[in-house]
Design a binder for this molecule. Structure first.
Ligand SMILES: [Fe+2]
Length: 298
């Protein structure tokens, strides 16, 4: 009971995950303390083309239990000319119009993990014809009760967009994460499993904690408390199998993440390093001494 969902361990070390059923975790903040960061309002300047048919849009900074988290969404133009949206940021009429005009009608909206729900409702209201897909566990959360989900994302399921975008799920004990792969551009999309927050944004004691948790800079990784839960729940072998699919079958070239520095190239090396806590030989590993790979992140 201490280590199950909502148990003591999460309460102590994983406040965001432990309270996932409550109306907490990510929150929009009109302003943050001066030592934090400025709120960024989505504008046309925040839209960047990442790869052919793939765009990123930078969103407002939100608070995750007091820690400033920049947000980012991904828009992909599918083969049929429609728009597929990953982890939508705050909606503006300008942004919605731009996507429809430049990319196409919004047909699918996906949540990559159950902490990324914040703006699903407003995007669904703007695009009621779009099919909204829930990450594992999200449909049961109180915060998402107003969202009309079309389906849950599960490992074996294939959807209308799967011919363009593959997906696989890391079972993470307290939270599962859906990783996507846009085939034609060879772009992989992680959410919270790999975090590479920008150095300049990390100030004061919160910055120190973020660095201590291994979430800052090019060598960013997974929150240590979350990787510990993988080990605790015996999920490292499954995680390695999932990771091997990404590295050996998908072989991505570019990598987009929700928080921090993206990588237009060299994704496999970066992923291998960032997730080096998932050992290659899971029979000879423990959480605290998983070997680093010999490669250096680029
Ligand atoms: Fe996140």
């Amino acid at each position: 009971m201490f280590f199950g969902k909502g148990g003591l361990l999460q309460t102590l070390f994983l406040p965001g995950y432990a309270n996932a059923g409550a109306d907490t975790s990510y929150q929009v903040v009109p302003s943050l303390a001066a030592e934090d960061v400025e709120v960024v309002v989505p504008s046309m300047e925040t839209i960047q083309r990442f790869a052919p048919k793939v765009w990123m849009v930078e969103g407002p900074v939100v608070s995750f239990y007091g820690f400033p988290y920049p947000t980012r969404m991904v828009v992909i133009q599918l083969t049929d000319g429609s728009a597929w949206i990953w982890s939508p940021i705050a909606l503006t009429e300008e942004l919605a119009s731009y996507i429809v005009k430049i990319v196409g009608p919004v047909k699918y909206i996906v949540s990559p993990n159950y902490l990324h729900w914040l703006f699903l409702k407003e995007w669904q209201e703007k695009f009621p014809e779009a099919k909204v897909f829930a990450s594992p566990g999200l449909a049961k959360r109180k915060v998402a009760q107003d969202v009309n989900f079309f389906a849950d994302l599960t490992s074996d399921a294939r959807f209308e967009f799967s011919s363009d975008i593959d997906h696989i799920i890391f079972e993470g004990g307290v939270m599962d994460e859906v990783v996507f792969f846009h085939k034609s551009s060879r772009t992989v999309i992680f959410c919270d499993l790999i975090q590479r927050h920008f150095e300049d944004d990390q100030v004061g004691w919160k910055g120190w904690l973020m660095r201590s948790d291994g979430l800052v800079g090019p060598m960013g990784s997974t929150p240590k408390e979350w990787s510990f839960v993988f080990w605790l729940h015996g999920l490292l072998p499954k995680a390695r199998l999932t990771l091997n699919v990404i590295l050996e079958e998908w072989k991505p070239e570019g990598m987009i993440i929700a928080h921090g520095e993206v990588a237009p190239s060299g994704a496999c090396v970066i992923i291998e390093n960032s997730l080096s806590w998932i050992p290659k030989d899971t029979s000879k590993s423990c959480w605290c001494c998983s070997p680093k790979t010999s490669h250096e992140a680029t």
